[in-house]
Design a protein around this ligand. Sequence first.
Ligand code: E4P
Length: 217
Amino acid sequence: MQFFLDTGHVEEIKQALEWGILDGVTTNPSLISKTGRPFLDVAKEILQLVDGPVSLETVSRDAEGMVKEGKMLAELGDNVVVKIPMTPEGMKAVQILESEGIPTNVTLVFSPTQALIAAKAGASFVSPFVGRVDDVSNDGMKLIREIKQIFDNYEIDTEIIVASVRHPMHVVEAALIGADICTMPFEVLKRLFQHPLTDKGIELFLKDWEKVPGKPF
Ligand code: E4P
């Protein structure tokens, strides 16, 4: 499973790249606004840093506007993926952009039928939001299981990006289901490393190392 960061913060991306575990980035207007920086500065910096897909979101409500914005965004780099909301106008835009070789990521997906529609329209990626489904007392991971099953049934190659990830168990479950990608906040990525027995083990080894005679380092 690929790891994407769901962020507009360049420092977080740099850190994950140093760890060698980052495959791509997703952004949205809320994440960009949290940086307090001009959109184009942030987008260009991320695109320069990351080799993999970088999702940048359109904000128009009509297909014409989405296509116009999508084409502008695609000019920023070879790895741009245009994020399009799950609406009928959005699906029109997906079809046009994909037919021109511009990959799209259909966002704000909350049901299996929405995912199926996005795939039929030709989207390269689909982003079901598990955390927001959990927030309304439904089962976010059940949504991923259902989409995965449907895509497998019909050999659909649209990639599933598990989005709106809130904690490490979302990541574990996404991997068990076999989702293609999990996009997560930096805080969740950091927590994937943590285990108290690892910390305890390091402490013990270092303590015992002190007793070793003739240490080379
Ligand atoms: C996905 O691409 C979205 O940017 C994101 O995962 C939304 O997550 P949230 O529900 O935490 O805002």
